[in-house]
Structures are given as structure tokens and as C-alpha cells.
Design a protein around this ligand. Structure first.
Ligand SMILES: *Cc1c(COP(=O)(O)O)cnc(C)c1O
Length: 346
């Protein structure tokens, strides 16, 4: 088979930064073990790259959301290190979990019964302490089905850990009151932001996701968390615009003078959404290259007037420092990561 030509988009994953972020979160987690949320293909960065780096750094507990995410993860870690957050919806999910040896996270009495009916085995349990998403209500914990579960990790999930919100303390208090009645091997409450709320929130296991990948949900994390994903796109064509020429769909930019423009191999199909139109910039070193007109599916056009040295085939940087990119785009740091398209990989 003939080799594919070089790609015109690339994502460099700084594996050392990823490992360093995990170690930073592990240090902040104190005596608690530090796991890793790797759902949604390692927050969009690719399970095959992210998981080995996290495993080498020392992570032993991995969380995905869907059953469909399990096979890729099992290429890199042992099945008893994997928890599936959505839990079993159908009997076949329980059958699958038992066959491959991963733990379902039980989120309701229905899921508890489904798991037990299928033969049971080690599982995790999610308690809802106020997010009202998935999780057993606290008052369902006295149900006999719960006492029959073999619970490895008993967990809850914070709704507002990225803010100074009284709900954090409320959820902590509810969790503390709920857990003594339920036998389990370990307790877990904190996501990335929750780790920064302090040792009261750490229990036995923390479950960071976002901050492993460079996200900064709280200012306490800003100093220690490094950017992990670095994006670049190629200049496909350089054009000379004349005064009066418009650029792109709906002609939203019109040149007022002669200018040099570059057509870049990056579009909304790659996760560079239309919200960047008219206000985003790409970069050449420290210099900003303003976007001209709308973002297309596969292209954007930038102002290259200040850079006569940039030519077709050269790379430009896509600014992806997550807190700054979130501020600039109005997208969340989570969205910025998970929407990156497939053309960045491979
Ligand atoms: C996604 C997720 C995490 C990780 O949260 P971050 O905010 O990305 O650190 C932890 N626990 C559960 C249950 C999750 O769904």
C-alpha cells in the first residue's frame, strides 16, 4: 500500500505535560489515589495516546462513560481498573461487563437489580447528592438490593466544583452522611475542580479529567496545570486581495485595501467552530493572525499582511490554551477538547 501524503492538520500531544498534570493532581489529592477520566476518547485527544501516558505516570483507575469505549481502553489497562459510568441499561450490558471484567457504575435501583439478576460481581455505585443527573437517591440506599452489591468504589459527583457555590458543601455533607451505612472498599467524590476544594473532598480516590488535559476549572489549578494539546494547520494557498474583495461565505469581510491573505486547512468539521468567525486569530509564534470572514467546513482565511515570510505549505498555530480559548470563544474548556475532529489525528 502506498503511504498517505502528509496531513495538513496536526495535533501534538505533550505526553510529558499530561504526565506532569496527573502527578500535580496526585500531589494535590494528598493520601487519596488519583484516577483518570478518559471518556469521550480521552477528552478528544485519543485513548491510545492518553492512557499509556497516564498509566506510566501511575494512574490505576480509569473511567469511561459508554460500553462502546471499553475495548479501546482494554488495549492499555487491566479490566479491573475500568469503571463504566453509565452503568447497565440493558441485560446485555451486564453480561458484557461480567464477561470482560470491567465494573459498571450502578446509578439506580433498576441498575442494581439488573446487575444482581445477571449474576452480580464487583461494581461501583454512584450516589446522587445534588446533581440530579445519574445516581441513586440517598433515600434508596437502604433498599435490600443495595446491600447485596459488592461495591468497590462508592462515589458521588459534584455539580459546581468549578465555582464557590454552597452546593459543594451541601453535597459533601450529604455524601458524608450517606456513606457509613454502605460497605465498600473506597470512597470517591472529587473531579478536577473538586481536588482544588481541599482535603475534605478527596476521600480515597479522586477522578480528574479536564485538568489532566490542560483544563483549568479553578484558579487554584492555574499554576500547576500545563497545556497538553498543541494544534497546527497548514497554509493551503496565499492570495492577494484588493480593496473591495470580500472573503468567504456571505461575504462578511471586505478588504479596505490591498492585503495578503492565507487559506488555512482548518474548519468547523475539525472542531474550529463558527463562533470563531470574525473574532478568532491563529498564530505565528507570538504574533496574531486575524481570521477574515466566516469559518467554512474545511477552511478559514487569515490576514497574512504582516508576514511576507509565510508561504503555502507553512504551518500556523491554532491557539488552544484552554482557559484563554474558552474565554475567547464562549465554548467550555470541555467542549474545546472533545469537539476536535478526526482529521487532527492519524
Ligand atoms: C467526567 C467525570 C469526571 C471528571 O470530571 P472533570 O471535571 O473533567 O475533572 C469525574 N467523575 C465523573 C462521574 C464524571 O462523569
Amino acid at each position: 500500500m502506498i503511504d498517505l501524503p502528509s496531513p495538513t492538520l496536526r495535533l501534538r500531544l505533550d505526553e510529558e505535560a499530561l504526565a506532569s498534570n496527573w502527578r500535580e493532581l496526585a500531589t494535590m489529592s494528598g493520601d487519596a489515589e488519583t484516577g483518570a477520566a478518559v471518556k469521550a476518547d480521552g477528552y478528544g485527544l485519543g485513548i491510545a495516546k492518553v492512557v499509556p501516558a497516564l498509566r506510566e505516570a501511575g494512574a490505576r483507575s480509569f473511567f469511561v462513560a459508554h460500553w462502546s469505549e471499553v475495548p479501546d481502553l482494554l488495549e492499555h489497562v487491566a479490566s479491573n481498573q475500568v469503571s463504566v459510568l453509565h452503568g447497565p441499561l440493558h441485560a446485555e450490558d451486564a453480561t458484557y461487563a461480567r464477561a470482560v471484567g470491567v465494573r459498571p457504575v450502578i446509578n439506580s435501583l433498576e441498575q442494581a437489580r439488573l446487575w444482581l439478576d445477571g449474576g452480580g460481581g464487583p461494581c461501583d455505585v454512584m450516589i446522587d447528592t445534588g446533581i440530579n443527573r445519574l445516581g441513586l437517591p440517598v433515600d434508596a440506599l437502604s433498599d435490600p438490593a443495595v446491600s447485596r452489591l459488592k461495591i468497590e468504589t462508592l462515589m458521588s459527583h459534584l455539580a459546581s466544583a468549578d465555582e464557590d457555590n454552597p452546593l459543594n458543601q451541601t453535597q459533601l455533607t450529604r455524601f458524608r452522611h450517606a456513606v457509613p451505612a454502605i460497605p465498600c472498599k473506597r470512597l470517591s467524590l472529587a473531579n478536577s475542580a473538586g481536588i482544588a476544594l481541599g482535603s475534605d473532598y478527596h476521600f480515597d480516590l479522586t477522578r480528574p479529567g479536564l485538568s489532566l488535559y490542560g483544563g483549568v476549572p479553578r484558579s487554584e489549578l492555574a499554576a500547576g496545570i500545563r497545556q497538553v494539546a498543541f494544534l497546527q494547520a497548514t497554509i493551503l494557498q496565499v492570495r492577494q486581495l484588493s480593496a473591495g474583495d470580500s472573503v468567504g461565505y456571505n461575504a462578511t469581510f471586505t478588504a479596505t485595501q490591498s492585503m495578503r491573505a492565507g487559506v488555512i486547512s482548518l474548519g468547523y468539521a475539525d472542531g474550529f467552530l463558527r463562533c470563531w468567525s470574525g473574532q478568532g486569530t491563529l498564530r505565528h509564534g507570538e504574533a496574531a493572525l486575524p481570521l477574515l470572514g466566516k469559518v467554512s467546513m474545511d477552511m478559514v482565511v487569515i490576514d497574512l499582511s504582516a508576514f511576507p515570510d509565510l508561504h503555502e505549505g507553512d504551518w500556523v498555530d491554532v491557539p488552544y490554551h484552554l482557559p484563554e480559548a474558552a474565554q475567547a470563544s464562549g465554548l467550555s474548556q470541555y467542549e474545546l477538547l472533545t469537539l476536535l475532529g478526526k482529521r487532527f489525528h492519524g
